[in-house]
Design a protein around this ligand. Sequence first.
Ligand SMILES: [Zn+2]
Ligand SMILES: [Zn+2]
Length: 134
Amino acid sequence: MEKYKQFGFKLTPQRLAILNYFNGNKEHPSADDIYRAVSKSFPTMSFATVYNTLEALRNKGNVLELTIDPNKKRYDPNTMPHHHLICVKCKRIIDIHKEFSVSVSEDMTQGFDLIGNHIEFYGVCPKCKSIALS
Ligand SMILES: [Zn+2]
Ligand SMILES: [Zn+2]
């Protein structure tokens, strides 16, 4: 409980369940995935509660919203700078923890002060490759 003090909103059991689901989660789940997982222990929880909690967490900077998949937003509890590998077939998203030195010249940044970058690598994951071969 102590570690969730920082969130600055009332921790209802439902919200706590969502935070617990996120804890160490590297799957980049969608709101749907989260709803399905958490409603197992909270059958009365509505999708709206899940969505509103995600919005609150996002506004407070506790989760990142990934718009990699235009059909459904995905959420990432890992707010440290990192990059992503994306399978174009199953939409799996894998973290890459590495700093890439990408330099952009001043005339390209057009007066922006850059604070970071996010690189998305697209491809076909090993699982999807093996399905294609069989
Ligand atoms: Zn795949
Ligand atoms: Zn990630």
